[in-house]
Design a protein around this ligand. Structure first.
Ligand code: HPA
Ligand code: ZN
Length: 324
């Protein structure tokens, strides 16, 4: 199965580029930028990646980004992941990034955008890896701040594919961001949102009804609501499910207990992604291999999952036709 999964052209719809920061690069950037880290070694950092829940992870995720200060750091961060992903047969990545997390630290939006856009161009040129840009907003920050950042990003609207909604889900319902998502729609941007990872199934319904999203990131808790399952099946809304992330953040006890087989049996439009590969045990290939082992899926299932992702990826139709 491994040679097949490695060779399979894979499409990743749910990847936080800041979550691809491997401890090795974190240490190199810390040294380059004179930033102190709370870990004595790469080994110590890896040992700290043992999470009880989403918040436990987010604390280390925001801490890890402290080494990203200059345009070149964002370029190196993204290229480091793009090279690894490309070597594992990934042909397209829709990349979330978190501007508020950088603005809060005094890192200007121009620095983030220039570094990431340069990496996107480099990947498209030299790796034949296409990249979609999802500007994500932090749901545990004020809604007004998100609107301000979206306006601040005006010079880059043309370069964005979508906005997203991430960070701590509990007690931060999609309805908090109705104005932000309405503005993004007005601007002509697609919309996606994390929902039903730790939050309830009702947040998935809200994201569909009130934010008019085209995809749900995670969405595994839809299984708690029969009417919602029927709706997702009918609309064929894509769920970007992240199996190893769900294990690492204790959304499920272990991969064998993961609802992925049930989601497929329900006829839902499922894709798989890595979410934060540096923190959750590996990239898209590793997630494929883990699913093959846990669920005994055959080649056909993986081909279907990647066809599902390709159909919805933020990519131009000429490239989609080539990859089909
Ligand atoms: N969930 C919510 N927010 C995030 C995640 C996640 O898995 N990764 C980075 N930000
Ligand atoms: Zn995510």
């Amino acid at each position: 199965m491994e040679p097949f999964l490695r060779a399979l052209p894979k499409v990743e719809l749910h990847l936080h580029i800041e979550g691809s920061l491997e401890p090795e690069l974190m240490f190199a950037l810390a040294e380059r930028n004179g930033v102190a880290l709370p870990y004595a070694s790469v080994k110590e950092a890896k040992a700290a990646y043992d999470f009880d829940d989403l918040q436990g992870f987010l604390d280390l995720y925001y801490q890890g980004m402290s080494v990203l200060l200059h345009e070149r750091d964002f370029f190196d961060l993204a290229m480091d992941y793009f090279r690894r992903a490309s070597a594992e047969g990934v042909v397209h990545i829709d990349m979330h990034f978190d501007p508020q997390a950088h603005l809060q630290r005094g890192v200007a939006l121009d620095i983030v955008m220039r570094g990431l856009l340069a990496a996107k161009e480099e990947a498209e040129r030299s790796l034949d890896l296409s990249v979609g840009m999802i500007m994500a907003f932090l749901r545990d920050r004020p809604a007004e701040e998100a609107l301000e950042v979206l306006e601040l990003a005006k010079p880059y609207w043309q370069r964005l594919d979508a906005i997203g909604l991430d960070s701590a889900e509990r007690d931060h319902p999609p309805t908090k961001f109705v104005a932000l998502f309405a503005r993004a729609k007005e601007i002509g941007l697609a919309r996606v949102a994390h929902a039903g990872e730790e939050g309830p199934a009702a947040y998935i319904s809200q994201a569909l009804d009130d934010l008019d999203v085209c995809r749900i990131d995670h969405g595994v808790r839809c299984l708690e609501d029969e009417a919602l399952i029927a709706r997702l099946r009918e609309q064929q809304t894509v769920l970007t499910v992240c199996p190893l992330s769900n294990v690492a953040l204790k959304v499920v006890d272990d991969l064998r207990q993961h609802p992925l087989p049930r989601l497929l049996d329900e006829g839902l439009n499922i894709t798989i992604s890595s979410d934060d590969p540096a923190y959750f045990g590996g990239g898209l290939l590793t997630n494929h291999l883990a699913c093959a082992e846990a669920f005994g899926w055959d080649e056909k299932v993986f081909e279907q999952l990647n066809r599902n992702a390709l159909a919805e990826a933020f990519m131009d139709d000429a490239r989609r036709a080539i990859l089909l």
